[in-house]
Design a protein around this ligand. Structure first.
Ligand code: FAD
Length: 455
């Protein structure tokens, strides 16, 4: 059965079912296939029917190919964790990645220090079409379990804020720990391997530009679409399509939001400025840093809310959540009424922001000249700033991909595809997306670990 053409990833995906299929012409075959396909011109005459000859050559080719118990696609956080676990069980494991180095996202994450987990990872901090799906993997391999591995590897760490754990030194230590554990357990890592075709006939067959391998289990750990420059390709969704596994809508998440040009005119002078803010979308609220950018808003509170925001939605921003600005202004009016409004507000907000808020509220002049209603309006402009982003910076800067492999198709205990024995999806590729704060790596560790126990 010919399933799909590889679309944008430059390869053909074929599944060999039980029925005879039209053979690949010699001139279209990969170098590996050419080894068992006859050349048209000058091909030796044979009494057997052509398809029987090719099937025989194909089985010879398979026998000559390298065989593994498990092939893991993707040497990121989830793939390496899965490989370590499977290899520790004595499975013969091969990890393939098209990048020149493993764990590139680990290396650059957390400003080079990797926010590798959070002290607690309750399921409500993960978004998914099925919010209960993540419970089992997260309970079976917890933040404490990963911390124990970090400690055993002698990697020093600290809590920065809100339970977020970072390396004291470098994120590279975590990559080194994982590659070391893979090597110790006997898992093989091959880099610069472009996945070209995947097919299934009893076992999975993976062809790369360099080789072809077979395995009874295929673990897809190729992440999502975020940051193509870092090697993201969305391959997992195409493999899902090939094997009939449903994929929920995907979109960039943990991403800066952008504004229309007319709104940016007032905001651009604030670019680079950051405040502590409370950002709300409906009932969902995050209180963390907010950063003004040349294109709109960023910072942790905005990245967090971006996972909930949809085009056309508005957000409410409280620029001074810890203070009652109306009460503070009234108090100051009684003691220092001659001060200019923006000067007084600048005691509570960065000066440039205070000026922008005063201008936006249409207020002006000395504090003493303001009525209570005018001060309330100004306070409202601080506490309930309504913004309507027009978009996001997209996958170019998004930390993660929201949506992905539909969890209804997977067994939460093993990450296996229910309808396709031997096929697994783990990590960011799956429709489980954590908040900012170490939750996405914890999901990668937990889901990779779960698959590694059975694959
Ligand atoms: C800038 C940035 C900072 C981040 N910081 C944090 C943080 O501090 N804490 C946190 O919890 N999360 C963070 N994240 C999110 C986190 O990096 C991801 O959730 C996590 O890496 C997902 O792990 P994964 O193994 O599923 O996928 P990935 O880490 O993306 O690994 C996928 C692997 O598959 C390979 N691959 C992809 N396509 C192909 C292909 N076609 N052929 C072969 N190989 C392929 C890639 O090269 C890569 O090695 C950050 C993300 C970014 C972009």
């Amino acid at each position: 059965m010919l399933i799909a053409s590889g679309g944008g990833w430059g390869g053909r995906i074929r599944t060999y079912g039980t029925r005879y299929q039209k053979p690949t012409p010699y001139h279209l075959a990969t170098p590996q296939l050419r080894g068992f396909l006859p050349k048209r011109a000058g091909a030796r005459k044979c009494k057997l029917p052509r398809h029987a000859v090719e099937e025989r050559r194909f089985s010879v080719y398979c026998a000559a190919m390298e065989n593994f118990d498990v092939v893991v696609l993707g040497a990121g956080a989830a793939g390496m964790m899965c490989a370590v676990e499977a290899a520790r069980r004595g499975r013969r494991v091969l990890v393939l990645d098209h990048a020149a180095a493993p764990g590139e996202k680990i290396r650059i994450s957390g400003g080079g220090r990797c926010n590798f987990t959070n002290l607690s990872a309750p399921p409500e901090r993960f978004l998914s079409h099925n919010p209960r799906f993540a419970i089992s993997p997260l309970r079976r391999f917890t933040p404490a379990d990963f911390i124990a591995r970090i400690d055993a590897a002698g990697i020093a760490w600290h809590e920065k804020t809100l339970g977020q754990l970072f390396c004291d030194g470098s994120a590279r230590q975590i990559v080194t720990m994982l590659t070391g554990q893979m090597a110790d357990a006997g898992a093989e890592l091959r880099l610069n391997e472009r996945i070209e075709t995947i097919s299934h006939e009893g076992a999975f067959r993976v062809e790369t530009g360099n080789s072809a391998v077979m395995a009874g289990a295929l673990v897809v750990a190729t992440g999502g679409k975020s940051i193509p420059k870092m090697g993201a390709t969305g391959l997992a969704y195409r493999i899902a399509g090939q094997f009939g596994v449903p994929v929920t809508e995907t979109r960039p998440a943990l991403v800066p939001l952008t504004f229309a040009e007319q709104d940016l005119a007032a905001l651009r002078p604030l670019a680079g400025l950051s405040v502590h803010a409370r950002v709300s979308h409906g009932k969902t609220t995050f209180e963390e840093g907010l950063l003004f950018t040349h294109r709109g808003l960023s910072g942790p509170s905005i990245l967090q809310i971006s996972s909930y925001w949809r085009e056309g939605d508005g957000l409410t921003v409280d620029l001074s959540p810890a203070e009652d600005i109306a009460a503070a202004l009234r108090e100051t009016r009684a003691s220092a009424g001659r001060a200019a409004l923006s000067t007084v507000l600048a005691r509570h907000l960065p000066e440039r922001l205070a000026q922008m808020v005063v201008a936006r509220a249409g207020a002006d002049g000395r504090l003493a000249d303001q009525t209570n209603a005018a001060l309330d309006r100004l306070a409202e402009a601080v506490h309930r700033w309504r913004v309507v982003p027009v978009g996001s910076e997209g996958y170019r800067t998004a930390e993660v991909t929201l949506g992905g492999i539909d969890t209804d198709a997977l067994d939460a205990r093993t990450m296996a595809v229910k309808t396709r024995p031997g096929l697994y999806f783990v990590g960011e590729a799956v429709d489980v997306t954590g908040w900012l704060g170490g939750y996405n790596f914890q999901w990668a560790w937990s889901s990779g670990w779960a698959a590694g126990q059975v694959a």
